[in-house]
Structures are given as structure tokens and as C-alpha cells.
Design a protein around this ligand. Structure first.
Ligand code: ADP
Length: 492
């Protein structure tokens, strides 16, 4: 599924890229086509300019010199006449054409001859005129200043109409640059970021190379335009990302569940094993009680009863642990908050724990100095919290020194109590310290694999302190020791 999703995503991205590239090349093509048309139109404009100029000059030269020679108006009339006569030749004859028969055929021929002469003269004249114009264009046009040949307003209007004709109604900015002097003129907004955004076309390409000018166009909103034409693909990309996100979430949930069930299985196996030992001890003690010799000896009786007592305590502790685990599965743990003397509860936990610490040659220092120790907690859970912290302090002791534990309580202000459990154990690194309150997090202590644990103890402590409305933090230094500091609100 991951491969399929990633493949789909990659395909969509490639498709998007291709679309953008295609739109870009379409855009360039339209712009270049329009620019070419503008350049052609400017050339035509120039030809018209020279033609008009030449005609005006010719009219001045010829007017009034001779009746027989051609004047500008004559030439026009002649042209009109010719068209008329050509038209007349192709049109059907009118009904009264018979009168022509009466005309003198010789006269007709003469007039025809004259007309033809006139036409020939006109043709030669126009041809020479055009040749003259072409020559002028070739010789003079490149000497005219480019501002006159392609003035800004004309270029703008040609550009606009050509781009619109090709379906591009995007605002544009342009400049005309000459080879020798750089920018000749430009519009106010012409400020392309890179040369890649500029489309250019040589104006009057027949000019000598060193006199050539270039028309440069730049579209400030081009990227928006390109994006707007491919943005319909964005939702499909977003949905694919959403699908990928949901997929990753599902996978992580599945993995978490798997890990959780493995841990639970381990826990249950471990617990069953742990239950078996006290149960068999109690059962042996019960068998011993059946023995008369044991019942008669008060010392033995005392021993057996202490064994039963100890083993029952162990059993209760195990049951407590199972209960602690089940707390995580319930959303709302059942709490019975009540007034509780923190100093007294801590003192009783320390008392039961003392023996265990002393077994390893260490001892617990208790400085329960809080003057106002009354808090609002669930007694059982509070005792478990202190017990878990002390248990960890012993579990993660250093092999080379005897465990020294210190438990203190103070009132940092009149509304709170601060409980500190400190040890001289193996400590933790800064990275581990950040994660120890997470469920199932265990420091990979390497040589400490003999220490049993599920990474639930501190998570449970954290959850309980939260529910009591307090906070917990830890300080630690590797190979020096750790300190857990709990702050709880006082009962008011
Ligand atoms: P568990 O003890 O079952 O592994 P905990 O939630 O009680 O789980 O502790 C999480 C981790 O924090 C432990 O694996 C241990 O490495 C580290 N840790 C907890 N308390 C101490 C301590 N007092 N000193 C050093 N490391 C500790």
C-alpha cells in the first residue's frame, strides 16, 4: 500500500511538472507568435510611411507642370477609369450598345491606343515610384530614430491586440533596447527578475546588425497564470497526502497495538510466574501447620505465620501492579480523593521499604519537614506513587556503592507541598530523561537486563500526579544519581 501510494504521489507530481512545462511552452509560443506579428506590423507601418512620403513628394513635383504629364489626381482617375473599363469589358452589354456601330471604327482604335499608352505610362511610373520607395527604405529607414519607427503607444497597442487575438489577456510590461545604447525606452513596471522571464524579438530584422533593436516583453503575473491553469490538480495531490497520512497513522496504531499486546502477554506471563512463588510458599506453610510437631513449637509457629504474612504481602503487591496496568486501559480511572497527610503516608511507605534498602547495605534518609502536609489524593494510588519511586531508586542502584535514598517534603509556598525522592544510583542521560514518563519507555541499560520492568512505573506515577492536580519532574546525572520532584496542591 505504501508503494502504491508513493507511486501515485510521484506520478501526480510528475504529471503536475509536465503540465507546468507544457503550459510554459504554450505560453512562450503564443508570446513569440504575437511578437513576430508586432514586428511585421511595424515593418508594414514603415513601408506605408515611406510610400505616403514619396507620394506626397511626387504630387508636389508634378502638380501644375503639364496637362499631359501625370499628376497625382490624374493617376487616380486613370486607375478608376481602367477599373471601369475592365469592368465594362466583363459586364454584359447594355441594350443600347447598338449605337456603337455608328461610331467611326478608326476613332475607336485611336482612343484605345491612347488609353493603352496612358496605362503603360502609369504602370511604369508606379513601378519606378515603388522602386524608389524600396530604395529609400533600404537606404534611409535604419537611420530614423527607433522612437519614431516604433513609438511606445503603437507598440503597446499592437502588442495588446495581438496577445488578445492569441487568447492571452495578461498584463505585460515592455522595453525596446538597442544594441549599442541599451534601453531606448521602457514601461514603468518593466523590471524582470531574471532574463528567463523576458521574451524578445528583433525589430526590423533587415537593418544592419549594429543598428538593430530588440523588443523585450515581460509578464509580471506569468507564474500566477501558469499556476491557475494547473491548480485543478492540487486537490487530488492533497487527497493523496491525506491518504498517505491516514495510512501512516493506521500503521503506527497497528504497531502500537502489537507492541502493547506483546507487553501485556509478557506481563501476564511474568505475573503468573510471580504469583506462583508466594502461592506455593503459602501452601507449604499450610501443610506445615497440619504437622503436629510444628503446631507444638511456638517458634516454628511464629516462623510459619511470618512466612504466610510476607508472602501475602508479596501477593498483594503483585495484585497492585496488575491493577496499575489496568488503569491505563480505562479512560477515567476511579479515584477516591480524600484528605491525606502526605508526611504520614510517606513515612509508612518508607517503613515498609527500609528493610529492602538495608538488605543492600544502604539506608533511607527521611526529612519530612513540610509543616502543612495535608493533600487531596487517593490514598492507595499516592502510596503506590511513592512506592514506585523508591522501588526504582533501589532497582537502578549502582553496584559499587550502597544505595543512599533521601526523601524530603517541604512547603515551597502556602498552597503547595514538594516531595523529593533522590538516590545515588546509575542516573540517566539527558535524552533518556525526556522520555522516562512515556508509557513503555525503558532505558537500554545494557548490563542491567537482569532488572525486570515494563516501562510502566513512571508512566503510572505521571498519570496519577496529573490526576491529583500536581506535577512531576526529574533531574539526573549519569553515574551520580537521580532526583524526582513532585509538587502537589494542598488540601483547602
Ligand atoms: P521500569 O522500571 O519498569 O523499566 P519505569 O517507568 O519505572 O519502568 O522507568 C522507566 C525507565 O526510567 C527505567 O527503564 C529506568 O531506566 C529509568 N529510571 C527510572 N527511575 C530511575 C532511577 N531512580 N535511576 C535511574 N534510572 C531510572
Amino acid at each position: 500500500m505504501a508503494i502504491a501510494l508513493l507511486g501515485l504521489l510521484a506520478m501526480q507530481i510528475v504529471y503536475l511538472e509536465k503540465m507546468v512545462a507544457m503550459r510554459n511552452s504554450q505560453f512562450s509560443e503564443i508570446v513569440m507568435r504575437s511578437l513576430y506579428s508586432v514586428s511585421t506590423m511595424l515593418e508594414q507601418n514603415e513601408t506605408k510611411y515611406f510610400l505616403d512620403k514619396d507620394l506626397a513628394e511626387a504630387e508636389q513635383t508634378y502638380s501644375g507642370i503639364s496637362q499631359n504629364s501625370f499628376s497625382f489626381s490624374d493617376r487616380h482617375e486613370a486607375t478608376i477609369d481602367t477599373t471601369f473599363s475592365t469592368d465594362a469589358a466583363t459586364k454584359p452589354r447594355p441594350a443600347n450598345i447598338n449605337t456603337l456601330k455608328d461610331l467611326n471604327v478608326k476613332d475607336l482604335n485611336d482612343s484605345y491606343q491612347r488609353k493603352q499608352e496612358t496605362l503603360k505610362g502609369q504602370y511604369l511610373y508606379q513601378k519606378s515610384l515603388l522602386n524608389e520607395v524600396i530604395l529609400t527604405i533600404l537606404n534611409q529607414s535604419s537611420d530614423r530614430p527607433i522612437q519614431e519607427r516604433a513609438d511606445s503607444a503603437t507598440v503597446a497597442s499592437y502588442l495588446r491586440s495581438e496577445l488578445e487575438f492569441n487568447g492571452l489577456t495578461l498584463p505585460f510590461e515592455f522595453a525596446v533596447k538597442s544594441r549599442s545604447n541599451g534601453v531606448v525606452y521602457k514601461t514603468d513596471g518593466y523590471a524582470p527578475v531574471s532574463q528567463q522571464d523576458v521574451y524578445s524579438q528583433v525589430l526590423f530584422p533587415n537593418d544592419p546588425k549594429n543598428k538593430q533593436n530588440t523588443l523585450c516583453v515581460f509578464f509580471p503575473n506569468k507564474s500566477d497564470y501558469i499556476f491557475s491553469s494547473v491548480k485543478f490538480l492540487v486537490p487530488s495531490l492533497a487527497f493523496t497526502f491525506l491518504l498517505l497520512g491516514v495510512f501512516l497513522y493506521t500503521i503506527s496504531v497497528a504497531f502500537k497495538q502489537k507492541k502493547l499486546s506483546e507487553i501485556k502477554n509478557d506481563f501476564i506471563n511474568n505475573m503468573t510466574h510471580e504469583f506462583k512463588t508466594p502461592i506455593s510458599s503459602i501452601s507449604i506453610a499450610a501443610q506445615m501447620l497440619n504437622d503436629d510437631s510444628v503446631r507444638k513449637s511456638p517458634e516454628m509457629l511464629k516462623h510459619v505465620s511470618s512466612v504466610i504474612n510476607d508472602e501475602t504481602k508479596r501477593l498483594r503487591f503483585q495484585v497492585e501492579k496488575v491493577l496499575q496496568l489496568s488503569l491505563f486501559d480505562r479512560k477515567n480511572a476511579t479515584m477516591r480523593l480524600e484528605e491525606e497527610d502526605a508526611n504520614a503516608s510517606i513515612y509508612s511507605v518508607i517503613n515498609t521499604f527500609k528493610l529492602k534498602v538495608e538488605k543492600y547495605g544502604g539506608h533511607i534518609n527521611a526529612n519530612l519537614d513540610a509543616e502543612d502536609p495535608i493533600i487531596n489524593v487517593d490514598r492507595m494510588h499516592f502510596t503506590n506513587v511513592i512506592f514506585n519511586l523508591l522501588d526504582n531508586a533501589v532497582k537502578y542502584r549502582r553496584e559499587d556503592v550502597a544505595p543512599e535514598l533521601e526523601v524530603t517534603t517541604i512547603n515551597p509556598n502556602e498552597d503547595h507541598i514538594q516531595i523529593t525522592v533522590a538516590d545515588n544510583g546509575i542516573g540517566m542521560t539527558r535524552e533518556d530523561l525526556k522520555k522516562i514518563f512515556e508509557k513503555f519507555y525503558r532505558v537500554s541499560t545494557g548490563n542491567r537486563h537482569d532488572v525486570k520492568g515494563f516501562g510502566l512505573g513512571l508512566a503510572y506515577v505521571h498519570k496519577m500526579i496529573d490526576l491529583f492536580g500536581g506535577s512531576i519532574r526529574a533531574e539526573s546525572e549519569l553515574n551520580k544519581g537521580s532526583k524526582f520532584i513532585i509538587t502537589l496542591p494542598l488540601y483547602k
